[in-house]
Every structure is written in structure tokens, then in C-alpha cells.
Ligand binder design. Structure first.
Ligand code: PMP
Ligand code: GLN
Length: 459
């Protein structure tokens, strides 16, 4: 029997000591499991659940029309697919081998040229650019590079779920600030613009321990595009409190209705404290390629390089070469109607509007996104009596989304998954749909909704 102490943490400590440091060369702790050393590292505590794993599997099991996880089910444009085919099928066999650790030379060169133009500054391909395994790895490198035990990181809610988990994995403390909802006089929430940052509240979140803030515009899940005025205000607090900004801009090309994407790293005083994160997967509708990047000043990126070289080391060569060729083409036609960055938002805006109509027709209230490929629907007037205890710990939207997959064959993501634990109950009546889907998929979703409302007209 291990020593008994009063507290659970005390017990764990003794158990760990006995397991790991037994003076006899074998564990004194009688374990039922064969592998008594397989105790997970403390940094994994509480991080085992993942909304994407859960909902992707549910959607597949029930063969649902899947507007859940955010990826296009239409193909990337021909020039993108052809680039990869040419790269892999060409005579240059070195493309099948390792390349430069911090980014394939041709890719970092065009990223530096392209974004140098957008930021209005010269970028060095070797020091201001890091190629990563999707934007995910860029985010992971940011948190691992800068967040120490007890450091605070400000996260604006609702937020892409991995920010919270990655901050915790680095030993940091996420500090949340919810966007405040400004409904119109009739109580109607019609646009992602109705979710606003209270700047006084934001400023109050900054403490001596604040190390960084995460910004995501266009935002996942709401599709909010932060305005220049909002960005300038955030920038001013970052400068005042000497805080680093991780700016997740994976949906940078997906802005609608004449909205403008502002790069916070281009605002005065911000370049030196900002890591800007992008994704070829999102930019070119090829999420499976998992090519992403981080851009920023050398004094920040050098620490991301340390994480990268000691974890991933380098990313697949062929997709990098293909993304380089595709970006070179985009660079030539940038700002013209031939540019994919011009065509994609137009195509998506039509899809967004189609989904809005389908949702409105059945009484789910769409919150029109200014950007991204997600649309949040308000369920408050579309309540369905769901099986399960009324005082269930699981938020209503989560139960609703699971029920919808199983009973209606339609998948969406509960928005409470994008909130911190204390806020989940306050935002438990929204679900997020991804509209980057074939027209036939969106029509199939619309048909399900139509049939549903005809069968249950009381909703
Ligand atoms: N940031 C946001 C806001 C996202 O929605 C996603 C989802 N793909 C990512 C980062 C990760 O992007 P990638 O697929 O390039 O890893
Ligand atoms: N970013 C996408 C979404 O929000 C995909 C998430 C993921 O693959 N983990 O749906």
C-alpha cells in the first residue's frame, strides 16, 4: 500500500515518487496496469478531449451531410492541383528528399516577396519566414516558444479551441475576454459585427504576467472581421503593456461584402511584437497539404525555429514546392479578377448566402459572417426537446448538434466548444456551419432543414 496522505495531490506525489524513484530498482506501487511507467506527463492533464475528433467521427458514423469541420469538399482550383502533379511527376527527384529545415527555399522566397509587399517592408526569406505543418504547428511553436509556467495569455472568445489547449500545454494560463453581444433594439443578432470587444474590459485583463494576446481575424467560429479601429485599439494596448501578439490570419482572403482584412503586424509599433500566421490549406482550398507559415521579426521567429527544429524539423518538400509555384502565379495576378484570392471569396459569398436562406426558411437565425467560411446560427427560437436530463452538464448546443447528426443526418459544430468553461452555459444556443462545400452538399443540407420544419412546424 502506498503511504496515505490527506490530499489527492499528496497521494499522487507519493505514488509518482514510488513509481519513478524506487530505491529497489522496481516499483513499490502495486499497479494493475502492466506498464506502471506509462504515467502521462502532467502537461497533458485535462487535454484529452477534442471536439474535431469527436464530431468528425460522429459525422462519419452517421453518414451525415457534413457542414461540421472546416474544410472545402470542392476540389482546389486546377492550377493548384496541377502544380502538385507536376512537382511529383517531374524529373527533379530531389523533391522527394529533405529540404531546408525552416522552409523550402523556393517557398520562403515567394512568401517573403508576397507578404513583403502586403506588409510594405523587406522580408528576409531566412529570418522573417518559417514554414510549418499547417497553421496548427505555427501556433504550437508560438506558445511553446514564449509561454512559461504561470504566464498569462489573453484569448478573445469565442476562439479556435486549440489556443486554450496549447497555452495550457505550455504551462500558461489562458485569460479570456468574451466579445460582448450588441443586439439591435428588437433583440435581433444579425451580423458577426454585433459581437464587439469592450476595450476597457480588454485593458483590464492585462497584468504583470501577461505575455501574449491571440488575435484571430477573420474569426473562427463567428466570421467576425475586426475593423481597423478595433485593431488599432488592440495594438495600442499591446504596445502599452509590451505584449507579444500571435495573429492567426488563416482566413485572410475570405472577407465579404467589401470588408477589409487588416494585418495587425502592419500597424505602427506592431511588426516587432507580432507573429503572423497563415495557411496554404485555407488559402488554396487544399487543407490536406498542411502547409502553413509564421511571419515576423527575426528576434521572435528565432525562438519559433528552436521549437520547430526540435520537434518537426522540416515539412514535406513536394507540397512546399507546389505551394511556392502556386503563390508565384498568384503574385503575378494579385489584385486582378484572375487571382484565386479574388475568386474564392466571391464563390464563398454565394454559398454563404444560399445557406443563410436555407436557415432563415426554417427559423434558425443566421448571424451573417463578415469573413471566414463559417456561419453561426442562433437556435434560441428553434428549441427542440432533447432527450437527456435537463440539468445535464453538457451544454444544450452540444446535445443539439449530436442529436441533429444522429436524427437528421446533418452535422454542425456546437459554438460552446469555442468558449472557456465558465462561458459555455452563456453561449449554449448557437451552432456553427461550414459553407465551404459543394452546392450539392449545401442543397442536401437545405433539403434536410426544409423537411424537418415541415414535419415539425411548431418549431
Ligand atoms: N487557425 C484557425 C482559426 C483555424 O480555423 C484552423 C483550422 N484549420 C487553423 C488555425 C489550422 O490551420 P491548418 O489547417 O493550416 O493547420
Ligand atoms: N479549422 C477547422 C475548423 O474549425 C478545422 C479544425 C481541425 O481540423 N481541427 O473546423
Amino acid at each position: 500500500m502506498p503511504l496515505r496522505l490527506q490530499t489527492t495531490s499528496g497521494l499522487c506525489l507519493v505514488r509518482d515518487l514510488l513509481r519513478r524513484n524506487s530505491p529497489f530498482g522496481f516499483s513499490l506501487y502495486p499497479s494493475k496496469a502492466k506498464m506502471s511507467k506509462a504515467v502521462p506527463a502532467r502537461r497533458l492533464e485535462g487535454l484529452d478531449k477534442n471536439i474535431w475528433v469527436e464530431f468528425a467521427s460522429l459525422a462519419a458514423t452517421y453518414k451525415a451531410v457534413n457542414l461540421g469541420q472546416g474544410f472545402p469538399n470542392f476540389p482546389p482550383p486546377d492550377f493548384v492541383r496541377e502544380a502538385l502533379v507536376e512537382v511529383v511527376g517531374g524529373n527533379d527527384t530531389s523533391i522527394h528528399q529533405y529540404t531546408q529545415a525552416f522552409g523550402h527555399p523556393r517557398l520562403v522566397a515567394i512568401l517573403a516577396r508576397f507578404f513583403g509587399k502586403l506588409f510594405g517592408r523587406d522580408l528576409n526569406p531566412r529570418t522573417n519566414v518559417l514554414v510549418t505543418v499547417g497553421a496548427y504547428e505555427a501556433l504550437f511553436c508560438c506558445f511553446q516558444a514564449f509561454v512559461d509556467e504561470g504566464d498569462e495569455v489573453i484569448i478573445i472568445e469565442p476562439f479556435f479551441d486549440c489556443y486554450e489547449l496549447m497555452v495550457k500545454m505550455a504551462g500558461g494560463i489562458p485569460v479570456f475576454i468574451p466579445l460582448r453581444v450588441n443586439a439591435d433594439k428588437s433583440g435581433k443578432l444579425s451580423s458577426s459585427r454585433d459581437w464587439q470587444l469592450d476595450l476597457a474590459e480588454l485593458e483590464a485583463k492585462f497584468t504583470q504576467r501577461t505575455k501574449a494576446i491571440v488575435l484571430n481575424s477573420p474569426n473562427n467560429p463567428l466570421g467576425k472581421v475586426f475593423s481597423k479601429v478595433e485593431m488599432e485599439a488592440i495594438a495600442a494596448v499591446c504596445v502599452k503593456h509590451d505584449v507579444v501578439c500571435f495573429s492567426d490570419e488563416v482566413y485572410e482572403w475570405l472577407v465579404y461584402d467589401g470588408n477589409e482584412h487588416v494585418r495587425i503586424g502592419s500597424l505602427p509599433g506592431m511588426w516587432d511584437r507580432t507573429v503572423t500566421i497563415g495557411s496554404a490549406g485555407k488559402s488554396f482550398s487544399a487543407t490536406g497539404w498542411k502547409v502553413g507559415w509564421a511571419l515576423g521579426p527575426d528576434h521572435l521567429l528565432k525562438h519559433l525555429r528552436t521549437v520547430h527544429q526540435n520537434s518537426v524539423y522540416h515539412c514535406g518538400t513536394a507540397p512546399q514546392e507546389a505551394v511556392a509555384r502556386v503563390l508565384e502565379k498568384e503574385f503575378e495576378r494579385f489584385g486582378t479578377p484572375q487571382s484565386y484570392f479574388f475568386q474564392l471569396p466571391q464563390q464563398l459569398q454565394r454559398k454563404r448566402d444560399f445557406l443563410i436562406q436555407s436557415l432563415e426558411a426554417v427559423g434558425m437565425k443566421p448571424i451573417v459572417p463578415e469573413g471566414s467560411y463559417f456561419l453561426t446560427a442562433d437556435l434560441s427560437t428553434f428549441k427542440v426537446e432533447l432527450p437527456g436530463l435537463p440539468d445535464s452538464e453538457e451544454p444544450y448546443d452540444s446535445r443539439f448538434a449530436k442529436w441533429m447528426i444522429k436524427n437528421k443526418g446533418l452535422a454542425a459544430i456546437p459554438v460552446s466548444a469555442f468558449y472557456s468553461p465558465p462561458q459555455k452555459k452563456n453561449f449554449d444556443h448557437f451552432i456553427r456551419f461550414c459553407f465551404a462545400k459543394e452546392d450539392s452538399t449545401l442543397k442536401a443540407a437545405g433539403d434536410i432543414l426544409q423537411q424537418w420544419s415541415q414535419k415539425e412546424p411548431s418549431q
